[in-house]
Design a protein around this ligand. Structure first.
Ligand code: CP3
Length: 342
């Protein structure tokens, strides 16, 4: 197996800097549209054969060093009993958002094998079909990010209802977060048992929180997840999007790897986190629209800036966008491999 990704997570020697790309399976790939066809996104997530097929597409096409399970962070709120729909061009909608004690009481902490068995089936199938080519990353949403969707009922601009619940009903917020956290823990444990070889916790909206609120209302739940998963021995990655100003706190969560968005120079992140944590990132997804010579300079700068880190996994600072030319994504992978060859 190409173990460069797993070795970089642990700070061990690598043949080249490994790379994978957030949202590497998705709408920028014509072959994704072929498989997605006329069915819905959630139908694709719940069909292990097709979900495995789109997971492997970027391994074949891009030659990335890790596969990430094709699924979505919002399958957990659905498994907790919430209604979830993905509307074309509008994104996720949860039509009955959590606002009251009765809403929180109604949430179940599901047995992941029972309610999310299709994810475990996909993971088992993937381990077979990948035949050890690259490691498989499992994931979940971080409790705060999941809570924003559950309380707002979809994507949000000001996160008013979520923050209002934190401030005016902290016990209610805490009760909801306890359930979400418990769900994340058992879900990730089941993923490892099914064959996931690393785990990433996506905190996509952590960056909307003031540092004091991140400390009180988001980070403790992430720590609980990391603590519970540590004994399983797989590398744990925590990605707080827009989290440069939270890095001094994130570095205490216990993760082996911290994911970085592009808003911080990676050498500055190395200065903050020190020599004991590996870093992942952090090219601006829109940099893939630069001409190749300028793009290559950006890549070289990141590889160079990461040299003091315990380990480095190259990635974008957030998901690749649908307008991206697949050939440019391939160029990034080739360039990272070529420039970092040991
Ligand atoms: O990285 C990968 O390739 C694995 C697959 C993956 C998806 N979603 C597929 C997806 C992962 C890891 C996610 C996580 C996810 N989902 C996050 C955290 C990461 C991040 O981007 O910050 C979030 C916030 C979501 C919620 C979500 N899912 C939104 C807001 C949307 C709509 C916006 C959009 O990009 O369409 C989705 C849909 C989604 N998730 C798609 C894919 C491939 C597009 C579905 C389609 O129309 O075919």
């Amino acid at each position: 197996m190409n173990t460069n990704f797993l070795r970089a997570c642990k700070g061990e020697a690598v043949d080249h800097t490994p790379i994978w790309i957030m949202r590497q399976a998705g709408r920028y790939l014509p072959q994704y549209h072929d498989v997605r066809g006329k069915g819905t996104f959630l139908e694709l997530c719940k069909n292990p054969e097709r979900a495995a097929e789109v997971t492997i597409q970027p391994i074949d096409f891009l030659d990335v060093d890790a596969a990430i399970l094709f699924s979505d962070i919002l399958v957990t709120p659905e498994a907790m009993g919430m209604h979830l729909v993905f509307e074309e061009k509008r994104g996720p909608i949860l039509p009955e958002p959590i606002r009251t004690k009765a809403d929180v009481d109604k949430l179940i902490v599901p047995d992941p094998v029972d309610k999310l068995g299709y994810v475990m089936d996909t993971i088992r199938l993937l381990r077979k079909e990948l035949e050890g080519r690259v490691p498989l990353i499992g994931f979940c949403g971080a409790p705060f990010t999941l809570a924003t969707y559950m309380v707002e009922g979809g994507s949000s601009k000001n996160y008013f209802n979520t923050k209002n619940m934190m401030y005016s009903a902290p016990a209610l917020y805490g009760a909801m977060m306890d359930k979400v956290t418990e769900c994340c823990i058992s879900y990730l444990q089941a993923q490892v048992e099914a064959g996931a070889q690393a785990l990433q916790v996506f905190d996509s909206w952590a960056g909307v929180l003031a540092p004091c609120d991140f400390a009180e209302f988001a980070l403790p739940y992430v720590k609980r997840i990391i603590d519970a998963l540590k004994p399983f021995g797989v590398p744990l990655i925590y990605f707080a999007n827009n989290g440069a100003t939270l890095l001094d706190q994130s570095m205490t969560c216990g993760a082996d790897v911290l994911g970085l968005d592009w808003r911080i120079n990676i050498e500055d992140a190395v200065k903050i986190v020190g020599p004991d944590i590996a870093l992942q990132g952090n090219l601006d997804p829109i940099a893939l629209f630069l001409p190749e010579d300028k793009l290559e300079k950006r890549i070289a700068r990141i590889l160079d800036g990461a040299k003091g880190a315990k380990g480095h996994i190259f990635n974008l600072g957030h998901g690749i966008i649908p307008e991206t030319d697949p050939a440019k994504a391939k160029f990034v992978v080739e360039t990272v491999h070529r420039l970092s060859k040991r």
